[in-house]
Write a protein that binds this ligand. Structure first.
Ligand code: SAM
Ligand code: SF4
Length: 385
């Protein structure tokens, strides 16, 4: 058992929950602290919580680390280095491990790129979001398009692997505008792009404006056309989609994100981080306290900031595998689904969805077709019913 676990991918996610300003569309666990934070205390708490997770998941070897947020590029490089070193000391890091850090593309943050590289980061993911200043302002971003492109150029000098994020289906965006913007983005792309359709998240300023009719975003047919254009242009440029919103040169897929979608284990540390850890044959779902200060206080008092820790039932674990795996172009393995959940998917239902053109089967693999991906949530509900 231990020997198998040691070669299976295992990731560590590190959540940095602070941002310079809160973007009006974002509902991630990110907070602005105008008075600053005591980074030394936070750094010590990350190291403490890491020791706890190392005791929950012994005998693994780390194949990927992801510093996400929030804005991890606000972390001091020394904090990143201390966390990478502690992960190496607890578990060992595979020589070819992927170590990603999410960065906002302001000039201040770009100044730290060389030091992040020295700390062990080997892949940077930049939140560019849009390539024109008007849109960036509407998204509440703290950088211009020119600043973002300069940060991207600098990132490419320091890191062998660089990705950037764009948000499309923005207010008033037409097919022609997105066509032009995405072509420009592809001219600047390295080996990976994340292209997210704007989601109106409950409780955000965008949701309030949307509800009041003051924010009109492409939906329905236009949103579908924007999505299809995205697939077409990226594929033609050699960065096909390997997941609904993620595009890469073959071989340059984000190994850390693949680990989530393929249903492997990971430890998540920091406020509001999630983990999946298999012990004694059962998958446990853990998450930590969302408030950074409450998390810090609990870690200092008890050595970990865990808020909930529950064993997933076999059915829930299988459903999660289906939910995550069908996002991938490679889909899921039906035999693995049955092994996780203890029963196979219903053959009649599979046949019906296949004749509706929503799924495809190739031996033991099940994938969502392009038509199926457009209605993925309903498709998964139907399969899991
Ligand atoms: C949590 S952010 C972290 C990255 C970094 N703080 C930044 O903003 O550049 C990760 C990505 O999620 C995407 N995102 C966040 N909220 C979104 C929304 N409501 N709709 C679509 N994409 C969103 C953005 O593209 C962002 O780069
Ligand atoms: S999009 Fe990024 S920078 Fe903006 S609030 Fe969310 S996490 Fe922070």
């Amino acid at each position: 058992m231990l020997a198998t676990k040691a070669v299976e991918p295992f990731g560590v996610y590190v959540h940095w929950p602070f941002c310079r300003a809160k973007c009006p569309y974002c509902d991630f666990n990110s907070h602005v602290r105008h008075g600053g934070i005591d980074e030394n205390r936070f750094r010590a708490a990350y190291l403490t919580e890491l020791s706890h997770f190392a005791s929950l998941a012994p005998g693994r070897r780390v194949s990927s680390i992801f510093f996400g947020g929030g804005t991890p590029s606000l972390m001091q490089p020394a904090s990143v280095a201390a966390i990478v070193d502690a992960i190496a000391a607890h578990w060992g890091i595979a020589p070819d491990a992927e170590i990603t850090l999410e960065a906002n593309p302001t000039s201040v943050e770009a100044e730290n790129f060389a030091d992040y590289r020295a700390a062990g980061v080997n892949r940077l993911s930049l939140g560019v979001q849009a390539l024109d200043d008007h849109s960036l302002k509407a998204l509440g971003r703290m950088h211009t398009a020119e600043e973002a492109l300069q940060a991207l150029a600098l990132a490419k000098r320091h890191f062998a692997r660089v990705s950037f994020d764009l948000i499309y289906a923005r207010e008033g965006q037409t097919i022609e505008q997105w066509n032009e913007e995405l072509r420009r983005a592809l001219d600047h792309a390295a080996d990976h792009l994340s292209l997210y359709q704007l989601t109106i998240e409950e409780g955000t300023p965008f949701a309030a404006r949307h509800a009041a009719g003051a924010l009109l975003v492409p939906d329905g047919e236009l949103a579908g056309e924007l999505y299809s254009l995205t697939q077409e242009l990226c594929e033609a440029a050699g960065l096909p989609a390997y997941e609904i919103s993620n595009h890469a040169q073959p071989g340059s897929e984000s190994r850390h994100n693949l680990l989530y979608w393929r249903g492997h284990d990971y430890a998540g540390i920091g406020a509001g981080a999630h983990s999946r850890i298999t012990t004694d044959g059962a998958k446990r779902a853990l998450c930590t306290i969302k408030s950074p200060e409450a998390w810090l206080a609990q870690v200092e008092a008890h050595g970990q900031g865990i808020m909930s820790d529950e064993a997933l039932s076999a059915e829930d674990a299988a459903e999660e595998y289906l939910l995550m795996g069908l996002r991938l172009a490679e889909g899921i393995d039906l035999a693995r689904f049955a092994a996780i959940g203890g029963s196979a998917l219903d053959e009649d239902r599979l046949d019906a969805l296949k004749s509706d053109g929503l799924i495809a089967r190739n031996g033991s693999r099940l994938t969502a077709t392009p038509a199926g991906r457009l209605v993925l949530n309903q498709l998964i509900l139907e399969l899991a019913a």
